[in-house]
Design a protein around this ligand. Structure first.
Ligand SMILES: Cc1cc2nc3c(=O)[nH]c(=O)nc-3n(C[C@H](O)[C@H](O)[C@H](O)COP(=O)(O)OP(=O)(O)OC[C@H]3O[C@@H](n4cnc5c(N)ncnc54)[C@H](O)[C@@H]3O)c2cc1C
Length: 267
């Protein structure tokens, strides 16, 4: 047994680190258990683009008029939640930099869905009109002339495009910043592999960790976003990581993990 917390979070990916930070803000004590290192898996390898929320619904082959007629409590509330999260990202970038000193590489992009036929153009214009009618006002139709001015190499058959804003971060640094901000609020991150759970009274009471063996330090790379200045993450500075405009170095993250045998959350 090594400690008691309100919540145990398995995995120091973007989900685990974000949950820990937000729980800490609410005064809920948590601990993250990670078998490798922060952002070692999907969260360190992601493109880390935050898609403009209505985009998913407008382009999944559904008739646009059905998208917003879904009953409250299903897709609409999910869309609203995604919308709120999307618009919080600029503030999160500032908050995380102030809390941790980590620049998460916040950036704004545009995603343009090209139309080659009148049917596509009609469908995209209709999708944009519907989005705007519902208050999702940031997308717009880009005329072919504007498109060619901005992208001289664009396919000459394109008639224009549906331009939607996107946001982006550097995935490793974003996850790292979330983890560090959580730690500053009292969250602990420790190394261990959860292999089972102990139940009691119909609830999960404990996470069982693999014991024995040696603590593994994994190798992972810091993704470099094209066009951004090459800057190593804070840990990289201490551990010999570096990157250039065209490549990122592999490094070991010297996180001071401790091995534990048992972890018991508060009932
Ligand atoms: C190439 C690529 C591009 C992507 N692009 C985008 C994008 O542009 N936009 C977007 O929104 N999403 C994108 N994604 C998806 C996004 O990266 C993932 O949805 C997100 O990172 C998942 O986060 P997570 O914390 O749930 O999982 P992970 O980052 O995988 O974290 C899980 C962690 O749990 C640890 N773990 C697992 N099992 C155990 C255990 N038993 N005990 C202890 N620790 C354990 C792992 O080591 C890992 O660190 C992309 C993914 C990839 C791979």
């Amino acid at each position: 047994m090594s400690g008691s917390y309100d919540v145990v979070i398995i995995g120091a990916g973007v989900a685990g680190c974000s949950i820990a930070l937000h729980l800490a803000k609410l005064g809920v004590r948590s601990q993250i258990i990670e078998r490798e290192s922060i952002a070692a898996r999907a969260s360190g390898k992601s493109w880390a683009v935050f898609a403009y929320p209505p985009r998913f619904l407008a382009l999944e082959g559904q008739p646009p008029e059905l998208l917003f007629s879904m009953p409250p409590g299903s897709v609409h509330s999910w869309l609203e939640l995604m919308w709120l999260g999307y618009h919080r990202l600029p503030d999160m970038a500032v908050e995380l930099r102030e809390a941790t000193g980590v620049d998460i590489g916040y950036g704004e992009l545009a995603w343009i869905r090209l139309a080659y036929t009148t049917q596509q153009e009609d469908a995209y214009r209709a999708a944009l009109a519907l989005q705007q009618q519902q208050g999702y006002h940031e997308g717009y139709w880009m005329e072919s002339g504007e498109l060619r001015t901005l992208f001289p190499g664009v396919n000459p058959l394109s008639r224009g495009g549906m331009a939607l804003p996107y946001l982006q971060v550097e995935p490793y640094r974003y996850t790292l910043a979330l983890g560090q901000a959580a730690e500053k609020r009292g969250v602990t991150i420790r190394q261990g592999e959860v292999v089972a759970f102990r139940k009691g009274g119909g609830k999960v009471r404990a996470a069982v960790l693999a014991t024995g063996g040696r603590s593994r330090q994994t190798r992972s790379s810091w993704p470099q976003v094209p066009g951004r200045p090459a800057r190593p993450p804070p840990w990289g500075a201490r551990s010999g990581c570096w990157s250039t405009a065209s490549s990122a170095s592999a490094c070991s993250r010297p996180y001071p993990f401790r091995r534990v045998g048992w972890w018991l959350p508060t009932a």
